[in-house]
Structure formats: structure tokens, C-alpha cells
Ligand binder design. Structure first.
Ligand SMILES: [Zn+2]
Length: 262
């Protein structure tokens, strides 16, 4: 079946949509958004001076996790770049830092070689420098994917759940037990009848099925999935969705070409 997507809510950092497809495709899409869409992140650092309380390794780890605004049109993946992966302005950006304490160093203190490739937020604390302590470094960011390291993941949360089909049968006597027991307020009473008002809220806890003495309620699995995605800000979340779909398509085409019978 052809997968269908219906967008319910869209912001720069949040996306809520319904996907109509198989469970296998829903899970593939979730994984693709997390691990196959490239973003920029700091990958190595030259420390010229670090007299702060934190070791180089810990600082490097913290700096690597700072989300960076990513322009996918501007940069190549290092292995596909004209430089052959050695590093050039087409595949990497340098961030410089030269600061003396006392000062709390923030992500916004890094000076980028490219004015458009900068940290998404400038208020992420990196390290606190005391009187006389100094930090001098050059951090190099490049494109990568979440498959390699979580710092390249464009989404901080990416989840889905099944939107079930809830059917109220003829035997319903409108006792309202299900209305009261449902923790998600799925049911409502309208003209003395029970109606399924918010099926997308259902978590399939089956409390309503258990409480119904008339056995009038059926909760069935469907092929509709409610996705909730939260971005890191490196890319707009909708772009993450589009890139993930492209990545899945090219993987599928690759497979087709491998198994093609001559
Ligand atoms: Zn390059």
C-alpha cells in the first residue's frame, strides 16, 4: 500500500503527523529520521590551551553535543567531498574560542568561520572559567549522521503510536463506565449516547473494554500511526521528515538494483 502522511501540527522544532502505512514502514521512517539525516556537529578539536577544571575529553564531548544550524545545500558529506575526506571549506567549518576567566563560557562565544553555520542556541553553558584560567581552541564541525554518533541526530525525540479503531456495539446501554475509567478522555456522552470523541488520544490500555459489562467496546489495531517529532534546531523538523523519506527511497532503489535479474 502507498504510505500517506497528514500533517497535524508544524513548527520549527515540533512536528505532529499521521502516517498511514505498514508497521514496518512506520518503524523504518522513525529510524531514518533519527539516524540517516545528516547535520553538522563538532567532530574534532585542537586544544592550544586548557587550564579550566574540565579535561580536554569532557570539554570536547560537551562541545560536540551543541546543535549547529545546518545548510545541507552548502556542505558535502566528507567521504563524498572533492577533497576526498581530507577537509576543505566544502565539507567543514572551524569554530574558534579564546577566552580568559573569570567567565562562564557559552555556546554563543564560539567564533565561526561561516556566519551562517553557528550554534542553534547561544546560551548553552560549556564550562565555567575561574580567575586566571584560559581556554584556547579550534573546533571543527562536519556533516555526519546519527548512525555514527548521537551528536549528529537531528531530532531529540521521535516517537509514534498506533491510532486504534474504537467501535461501540449495539449492546451499549450508555452506563458511562467507560467515560469515567478512560485515563485519556477518549469517550464523551452526546444525547445520552457514548461517542468516541478522541481516538488519537487512546493508548490502548483496554480499561474501557474491561469495565464494559455489556462487552460493547472493541479496540482494534489499525495502520494509522501518530508521530510526534521534536527537533534539535539544526534543521527544520519538516525538512528532517523529507530527507528521511529521500534516504529510505534511495536505500530501496539500491536494493532493487542489487536484486535485479538480468
Ligand atoms: Zn571537503
Amino acid at each position: 500500500m502507498e504510505p500517506k502522511i497528514e500533517i497535524l501540527e508544524e513548527g520549527d522544532l515540533k512536528l505532529k503527523f499521521i502516517l498511514e502505512s505498514s508497521t514496518a514502514f512506520a518503524n523504518s521512517l522513525r529510524r531514518a529520521m533519527k539516524s540517516m539525516v545528516p547535520t553538522m556537529a563538532v567532530d574534532y578539536i585542537d586544544f592550544y590551551m586548557n587550564t579550566s577544571y574540565l579535561y580536554d575529553e569532557i570539554l570536547a564531548h560537551r562541545i560536540g553535543l551543541i546543535p549547529i544550524k545546518t545548510d545541507l545545500e552548502k556542505f558535502n558529506m566528507p567521504d563524498k567531498c572533492v577533497c576526498g575526506g581530507e577537509g576543505c571549506p566544502n565539507c567543514q567549518v572551524s569554530f574558534r574560542l579564546n577566552i580568559e576567566g573569570p567567565k562562564l563560557v557559552y555556546s554563543g562565544d564560539f567564533v565561526s568561520d561561516d556566519p551562517e553555520t553557528v550554534p542553534v542556541y547561544d546560551n548553552i553553558p560549556v564550562v565555567e572559567l575561574d580567575e586566571g584560567q584560559q581556554l584556547m581552541l579550534e573546533a571543527v564541525a562536519r556533516l555526519g549522521t546519527g548512525k555514527e554518533h548521537v551528536k549528529w541526530q537531528p531530532v531529540s525525540a521521535c516517537t509514534y503510536r498506533i491510532i486504534p479503531e474504537i467501535v461501540i456495539g449495539e449492546s451499549c446501554n450508555a452506563c458511562k463506565d467507560c467515560v469515567e475509567v478512560c485515563p485519556r478522555n477518549v469517550f464523551e456522552v452526546e444525547d445520552e449516547k457514548i461517542v468516541v470523541k478522541r481516538p488519537e488520544e487512546c493508548s490502548m490500555c483496554m480499561e474501557c473494554v474491561e469495565v464494559c459489562e455489556q462487552s460493547a467496546i472493541d479496540v482494534n489495531e489499525t495502520n494509522r500511526f501518530l508521530f510526534n517529532v521534536e527537533g534539535t534546531g539544526a534543521l527544520p523538523v519538516k525538512r528532517v521528515l523529507v530527507e528521511a523519506l529521500k534516504a529510505l527511497k534511495s536505500k530501496a532503489e539500491e536494493l532493487t538494483s542489487i536484486v535485479e535479474i538480468e
